[in-house]
Design a protein around this ligand. Sequence first.
Ligand code: THU
Length: 154
Amino acid sequence: MNSESGSAGTGLSVPMEDLYEVAVAQLDCSRATFSGFRVGAALLSGGQIFPGCNVENSSYGLTLCAERSAVMHWASAGSPGVPEAIAVVARNSHGEVVTAMPCGACRQVLSDLPDSRKLQVYTGEGDGITMTLLEELLPHAFGPADLDTGGGTD
Ligand code: THU
């Protein structure tokens, strides 16, 4: 893995490989009807792994990315734990392995998760796996604490 911590030093509560197993399986669930670009994600929180896949829509702008799909699964389960990591895998329209970094919208949604600055974002596969902290992907983020509710009401 191309990371300072190495796969043995991730500090995650489950092996990073378990996240990848779920993310890769999600590629078969991906509804990439229009782009053919399949994305699978797996969010680790509270010792559970929440799957996500991209769901495209004929009104293109309504497409949901895999990362946000995983966040919705986590929320639907009652938002257990503090998210530790998310793995994201992708296949282009030729079925080739490609690296997909979370888009801007997904970075913002991930950023609103509890203690999200230290969320580990795993992208790429095999020897090309890279871990990036969310605070690196979205520095100077707008967040719940900026609202006059004082950081959320849930
Ligand atoms: N996509 C994701 O699921 N996650 C990303 O971070 C980047 C893009 C999806 C959205 C769309 O279905 C397809 O990839 C092409 O943009």
